[in-house]
Write a protein that binds this ligand. Structure first.
Ligand code: ADP
Ligand code: MG
Length: 355
């Protein structure tokens, strides 16, 4: 591995290197990297969707606990997931970096490789960014996408009586983080391109789910095309916190049937070894990047039918109620917990001890 540091090559050579390696020509891009702004074609009859998200070293990740390849992929995923949660089609992205001068060029190369390989699978184009010196590594992504106006799914459309659904198991990412914290990632367990090397395949799978979750873009598109979701959000902060955002924007309440919230086999097998209250990881752990959506009861049959054909599972986990912001957790039909307010307090919910 080369020992070259970022300060050895400087801002402009690094931009040139990124441009040379990762810019792709496309009929959708009149001008990408190299001018003061990118000039892009978007379908004129669609709504443009734009989102941004930031990862900061020491807050969202540490250098010891991830590998650059995963960090790059995750920086893109957190943004793609927001477009997915609107049911949109992502097209372009810009990526701005704050980099400490003593960072190795090889870190940045692996970081960009993680981005480029994910961008390739998602068919999206790098069209710009920014570079600045910083005391910590900071990544800000912007993703631009679009959607036919009638297909965009907002947080604000949930109606009393709607059912609540999730697109996959929850808690794996939070469990992966717990495993990382307790064992610390051994870099030799993953290759520089993210392949698993260690023997603990299941545990590494959970860790990977935290470090490089797949973006739910095709799930969001398929659900938007199905046309029955009344509200949708991606699960980044945790099920209860994110459901809380839907309740807030839709001015409704919800009951969640905690036993119905899906979890993976690996979660069932390992969670109790790494966390005293696995249910906290399912309800409050974030970063699963599954989609949470509401849909009317009359769509249940369509959703059930579609779930067999969509290529991903859809699980019913609760119901929307008419009581604004009131969130009740029900376990086996009994009222178990009713948080008084929404947001971060939900991370402290302990449904194992019903109030
Ligand atoms: P300005 O000083 O006008 O902001 P910059 O030198 O920052 O211009 O950027 C010049 C061009 O390089 C722009 O097209 C910008 O989008 C692109 N660029 C800068 N940093 C990056 C990056 N990290 N990744 C991709 N493109 C970048
Ligand atoms: Mg700039």
């Amino acid at each position: 591995m080369s020992k070259t540091e970022i300060k050895d090559i400087g801002e402009f050579r690094l931009i040139e290197r990124i441009r040379r390696r990762y810019e792709k020509s496309s009929h959708l891009v009149a001008c990408g990297i190299g001018d003061d702004a990118a000039a892009l074609y978007l379908p004129s009859d669609h709504l443009t969707l734009i989102t941004t998200d930031t990862l900061v070293e020491g807050i969202h990740f540490t250098r010891e606990c991830t590998i650059p390849y995963f960090l790059g992929a995750k920086a893109l995923t957190v943004n793609l997931s927001d477009i997915a949660a609107m049911g949109g089609i992502p097209r372009f992205f810009l990526l701005s970096l704050g980099i400490p001068g003593d960072f190795s060029l090889s870190f940045i190369d692996h970081f960009y490789r993680g981005i480029a390989e994910l961008a390739e699978t998602q068919d999206i184009l790098l069209v710009g960014g920014d570079l600045t010196a910083a005391s910590e590594f900071i990544v800000n992504g912007v993703v631009i996408g679009h959607s036919p106006p009638g297909c965009v799914v907002y947080r604000s459309g949930a109606q009393p009586g709607d059912h609540i659904f999730v697109t996959g198991p929850l808690g794996d990412s939070a469990l992966g983080l717990e495993i990382l914290r307790k064992r610390a990632l051994r870099p030799r367990d993953f290759s520089t391109r993210g392949e698993t090397r260690g023997r603990d395949k299941e545990l590494l799978g959970l860790i990977r789910r935290h470090l490089a979750p797949p973006p739910p873009v095709s799930k969001g598109r398929k659900l938007a095309e199905l046309g029955c979701a009344t509200a949708m959000i991606d699960i980044s902060d945790g099920l209860l916190a994110d459901l809380g955002h839907i309740l807030e924007e839709s001015q409704v309440g919800a009951e969640v049937w905690v036993d119905k919230v899906p979890r993976s086999q690996a979660f069932e097998k390992w969670a109790h070894l790494y966390h005293p209250r696995p249910m906290d990881l399912i309800l409050g752990g974030g970063e699963d990047y599954e989609l949470l959506f509401t849909a009317p009861k009359k769509a249940l049959e369509k959703i059930g039918f579609s779930s067999k054909h969509l290529g991903f599972p859809i699980h019913t986990i609760g119901q929307v109620t008419p009581y604004p912001r009131k969130l009740s957790l029900l376990a086996e039909g009994k009222r178990s917990y009713s948080p008084s307010h929404l947001g971060h307090n939900h991370f402290r919910v302990n449904p194992a001890k019903p109030s």
